[in-house]
Write a protein that binds this ligand. Structure first.
Ligand code: F6P
Length: 326
């Protein structure tokens, strides 16, 4: 095994609050053990183009509290091709980088996995996405902050929903995962959450109308997970307008504001722990793993397991919401 002297770090896919805290932790932990660190700009795009800049302990000062990612990010189509990955490896060789740390979500770690299979270089992934959809970690970097942002917004929308006796369908992010929707619904006291993981054989809207919307409630909040398949909040609002014209319905799509803002204390600590652990893992000779947190302990998860898109939503969370919203 080649001795590691220099590492590269990049952020990829959708930005998430806490990514800067992770870059900071990686940089300082690596420098602490005597390694050099290159920040790679614009994710895999910058990896291919050789957009590298050496990071020092000072270059990550004053970043832990900042949202977004100072390394910038991208969704690279070129890295999905073998030719793109060959250029990426050439860049790493040019800068003498012996190991790569990728902070990103499902797609980004899938790219890391392909790369690690094709080239003999240790690759370690950190779960960085607001979606929380990576298997093997209780939480991903950015998820807690996004959840709090959503709850804050829903609290505000409830004021106007109550004043007007309206039903609000609030669409939240999460891609194909309902963690943000389900848990923000519980935290904001919403009447229902419509999520992709819930039983496919039930009409979740019908269920909300018939069970969830009791007579004494004049206003309701329904959190809807964004979905390409069923059309998201707009689709459900249109259906209610058609099938139950007596209800006054509005839609709010929270959109990208969910990705911004200063990371919560939880995300800063999570990112710091995972960043630190990624250097320890590389020192131990680990490769092709994602670092996660399970039951408050740092764990190593094979990347191919983490990205399988089969992280379940605890049935208990579905029951809690169903009971507490009666
Ligand atoms: O994966 C993070 C995420 O914010 C998803 O929740 C959402 O579906 C997607 O990214 C939006 O991507 P973009 O910023 O490219 O529009």
């Amino acid at each position: 095994m080649k001795e590691i002297k220099t590492i590269g770090v990049l952020t990829s896919g959708g930005d998430a609050p806490g990514m800067n805290a992770a870059i900071r932790a990686i940089t300082r932990s690596a420098i602490y053990v005597g390694w050099r660190v290159f920040g790679i700009y614009r994710g895999y795009e910058g990896l291919i183009a050789g957009d590298f800049k050496e990071l020092t302990t000072e270059s990550v000062s004053n970043t832990i509290q900042k949202g977004g990612t100072f390394l910038k990010t991208a969704r690279s189509k070129e890295f999905m091709t073998p030719e793109g990955r060959a250029k990426a490896f050439a860049s790493l060789q040019r800068f003498g980088v012996d190991a790569l740390i990728v902070i990103g979500g499902n797609g980004s770690l899938a790219g890391a996995q392909d790369f690690a299979r094709e080239y003999d270089i240790p690759v370690v992934g950190l779960p960085g996405t607001i979606d929380n959809d990576l298997y093997g970690t209780d939480s991903t970097i950015g998820y807690d902050t996004a959840l709090n942002t959503i709850v804050d917004c829903v609290d505000k929308i409830r004021d106007t929903a109550t004043s007007h006796d309206r039903i609000f369908f609030i669409e939240v992010m999460g891609r194909d995962a309902g963690f943000l929707a389900q848990n923000s619904a519980i935290a904001a006291g919403a009447e229902a959450a419509i999520i992709p993981e819930d039983r496919k054989d039930i009409d979740q809207l019908e269920q909300f109308i018939s069970h969830g919307r009791r007579k004494s409630k004049n206003s309701s909040i329904v959190i809807v997970s964004e979905s390409k398949k069923d059309g998201g909040a707009m689709h459900y609002a249109e259906r209610v307008k058609k099938e139950y014209p007596e209800y006054d319905v509005r839609v709010t799509i929270l959109g990208h504001l969910q990705r911004g803002g200063s990371p919560s204390a939880y995300d800063r600590i999570l990112a710091s722990r995972l960043g630190y652990a990624s250097i320890e893992a590389l020192q131990e000779g680990q490769r092709n793993i994602m670092i996660g947190i399970d039951d408050d302990h740092v764990v190593y998860v094979p990347i191919d397991r983490a990205i399988k898109k089969d992280k379940p939503i605890d049935k208990e969370l579905i029951d809690v919401l169903a009971v507490l919203s009666i």
